[in-house]
Design a protein around this ligand. Sequence first.
Ligand code: SF4
Length: 219
Amino acid sequence: MSSNERAQQLRISEIFYSLQGESRSVGWPTVFIRLTGCPLRCNYCDTEYAFTGGESIAIESILEQVAQFGAHHVCVTGGEPLAQKGCLKLLTELCDLGYETSLETSGALDISTVDERVVRVVDVKTPDSGESSRNLLENLQYLTARDQLKFVICSREDYEWSRSIIAEHKLSERCEILFSPIHEAQDPTELAEWILEDRLHVRFQLQLHKLLWRETQGR
Ligand code: SF4
């Protein structure tokens, strides 16, 4: 990366160290880089504070801050991180430095140009999110066994809709599928039982950080 690219600024809401609360890396100490801004407005969004504000920071300085935590895992999240062009450069630089790098993205923006070393955790927005019309289904063709598709389930209707999408696009053959009940709205036990009854090849998960720290920002 040239010095010009390292000087490129990204708008950052927060950089913090916590345990990864979801996905295949759940439980690992991880540095989170939360980029500001998101073009979606999901009904259940728990990071509305990241829609605006933040601070413009050069990629070089972001990397210096990340290094201070001495972690092996780094997660680039938002907001919607891919809404900022420089996100792609940040991801590549993190991979070059040897971090196990993941990206959490809404599924509404093109993922095809993300560095192939990055683990992409891509949402499929369900009807109850209010944003299912934003799903960019072209993204599905780029997913590999390294990646994960995440469905946040708010209701039985969401569950059935998700089950149909998985069958229609044969998604279980493509990558790991995560089903996560919306915190304090969808009963987790009920969702677990639906999955077992239907013999679905999906991975159930609870958001670990919410069990440990509830809604505390920066955790
Ligand atoms: S995509 Fe994520 S950050 Fe954006 S509104 Fe939805 S839940 Fe919030």
